[in-house]
Design a binder for this molecule. Structure first.
Ligand SMILES: Cc1cc2nc3c(=O)[nH]c(=O)nc-3n(C[C@H](O)[C@H](O)[C@H](O)COP(=O)(O)O)c2cc1C
Length: 204
């Protein structure tokens, strides 16, 4: 059997520590969740330790087993599972992660983060991440009208000011059968943003 090459496409070439990066991936309830499967698979192939958490809505779009198989690790779907130690999972995951991504991030979850809510496992874990040391990258995805809502634009401004980083969205075909802004960045673009952060070459 041929051994799996570590970091085959140089995605994490800038990672200088001896242990692989811990990357947290939050998935929320948008159609674009299928694209996050590719992101998780590529990160795992590059040698990252990837932990996925999903909101209840996200599990309507992609089964948690898909992310479990792609990441090779258990997937968190509620705050009340995998509590293996005295350290609640959201705190230990938040402390151990080197980079966090939420892809897709819905209009709803953007609003939650912008107002400091933490009532699902994704927002709970991200709320416990110290952004002064750990970058949190958001990949929004929603219908063009939802994207342009004053509430969404206000929340984006707040999240920018609070130190969250963004990739996308782009313009183009949307699952609601219109063309507009709000299409989640493609996996390659998200991976390039992660790579740039890991290489320390950008503030994304
Ligand atoms: C078929 C379908 C597709 C959806 N796609 C999106 C989407 O792309 N972006 C979005 O913001 N909300 C979308 N929604 C609405 C969210 O799933 C809904 O607001 C939900 O409360 C989000 O919860 P979460 O952010 O906790 O995952 C969609 C809903 C349905 C039924």
């Amino acid at each position: 059997m041929t051994p799996i090459p570590s970091n085959p496409d140089g995605l994490l070439a800038g990672w200088k520590r001896s242990t692989p990066p811990n990357i947290f991936v939050g998935v929320t309830g948008g159609i674009a969740a299928y694209k996050t499967c590719t992101v998780v698979s590529r990160l795992a192939q590059a040698g990252a330790h990837v932990t996925v958490a999903m909101t209840p809505s996200a599990t309507k779009f992609v089964a948690h087993l898909t992310f479990q198989a792609l990441s090779g690790h258990p997937v968190y779907t509620t705050p009340w599972e995998h509590i293996e130690s005295h350290d609640p999972q959201h705190i230990s995951l938040a402390r151990s992660c080197d980079l966090a991504l939420i892809a897709p991030i819905t209009m709803d979850t953007l609003a939650k983060l912008a107002t400091g809510r933490a009532d699902d496992v994704v927002t709970l874990i991200v709320s416990a991440i110290d952004r002064s040391t750990t970058p949190v990258l958001l990949a929004p995805s929603m219908n063009d009208v939802m994207w342009h809502q004053p509430a969404t634009q206000r929340n984006l401004k707040t999240l920018n000011e609070d130190g969250f980083r963004f990739v996308g969205p782009g313009d183009g075909w949307q699952a609601c059968r219109t063309v507009g802004t709000g299409r989640m960045a493609e996996p390659e673009e998200i991976l390039a943003s992660i790579s740039a952060i890991v290489n320390g070459s950008t503030t994304a």
